[in-house]
Design a protein. Sequence first.
Length: 164
Amino acid sequence: MTLRGRMVMVLLAMLPFCAWAQQMSNAYGSNVGVEAARKAAAAAVAEAKKNGWMVAAAVADTAGDLVYFERMDNTQTGSIRVAQEKARSAAQFKRPTKAFEDTVAGGRQAILGLPGALPLEGGIPLLADNKIIGAIGVSGATSQQDGQCAKAGADSLAKSQASK
């Protein structure tokens, strides 16, 4: 293989690691309030209900501390803590938890040693006025389905902020 070919292979192999390395450039803003947190969680739960999934939804402030939590009936109890940890991880590291999942899937196991970095999709930072005000974490379905629900929650908050 030529030198150029090897360089291309190395660059392609590094692509999964770029996702975790890049935090959102957004500054932290004021912490998400309980009413906004409740609305984001409600939108996440509504997405789950629409699809027949049972989930827990947690909303954390910028430090990763719990602001609001909701668990649908019959959701596995293990999802309580996982949802909270997804929210905490997304808030503290200023990136969706899917970035960590993609890094592990790409072969970068060292990320598992980073305290608080949960490598499971379903945690997404929440934005208001282009600043991170907290994060939402969803657990109970597959990682991809959790991510879909978390996105619905984050999007509902963004829409309500845009209408103000």
